[in-house]
Design a protein around this ligand. Sequence first.
Ligand SMILES: Nc1ncnc2c1ncn2[C@@H]1O[C@H](COP(=O)(O)OP(=O)(O)O)[C@@H](O)[C@H]1O
Ligand SMILES: Nc1ncnc2c1ncn2[C@H]1C[C@H](O)[C@@H](COP(=O)(O)O)O1
Length: 219
Amino acid sequence: MSSLPNHTTITIAGTVGIGKSTLTKALANKLNFKTSFENVDHNPYLEKFYSDFERWSFHLQIFFLAERFKEQKRIFEYGGGFVQDRSIYEDVDIFAKMHYDGGTMTAEDYSTYYNLYEAMVLSPYFPKPDVLLYLDASLEDVLNRLVERGRQMEIETDKSYWQALHNRYTEWIEHFTEVPVVRININDYDVDDEESLDQIIEKIAHVLSVRSKHTLSSN
Ligand SMILES: Nc1ncnc2c1ncn2[C@@H]1O[C@H](COP(=O)(O)OP(=O)(O)O)[C@@H](O)[C@H]1O
Ligand SMILES: Nc1ncnc2c1ncn2[C@H]1C[C@H](O)[C@@H](COP(=O)(O)O)O1
């Protein structure tokens, strides 16, 4: 049975519908860690956003940023021991940037949003996660899961949006260096299988041990 230091914070990254929440629950349960989820059901902007990106993208990004900040503060106050469903890096580097580049967020709104994000990450409440667990999948697998989950607003969104998001994720993870990364394909694990979860935890433990050796040798 694998384990990790009990103050470890794991953030799970990956495109919409890929399986972050499901794996967050399973890993936290296995490790006896706390969970940090996105607030989807009580998000006042999400449905409006999907029906009019231009009108609501700024509001939605600010909402997610505020939620993320509250969760970061909670993780900070507990001192770790968390599995987090989605990283703040994805909001900023992928979603907000995609809407800005695509013209559904104005340059002024993007700049205001980005300044706020920078001010937040400078605060002491923003310890970096120890590891980012990145979920890989083909677009087809992701679309199947979106349909299976059944959120109408997502199902009714044009496939080109999910394709663009998938492309951005694929590009982003190749250059992401903020925190150590473990990459797994969604076809290579089973959340209901203890051994499979153990293998993921072992990969995380390995990355953490490499990082701590590196930190020791550079001190
Ligand atoms: N390992 C898995 N195997 C099969 N189906 C899964 C798995 N993980 C998630 N799913 C299904 O895929 C859909 C999206 O999963 P979810 O965890 O909500 O994704 P995300 O949080 O990344 O948006 C849900 O219907 C969920 O039941
Ligand atoms: N930062 C974001 N911008 C736009 N949309 C976002 C952002 N973060 C999450 N979302 C959307 C995508 C999904 O419809 C829901 C929940 O995300 P999920 O990947 O299913 O956990 O919110």
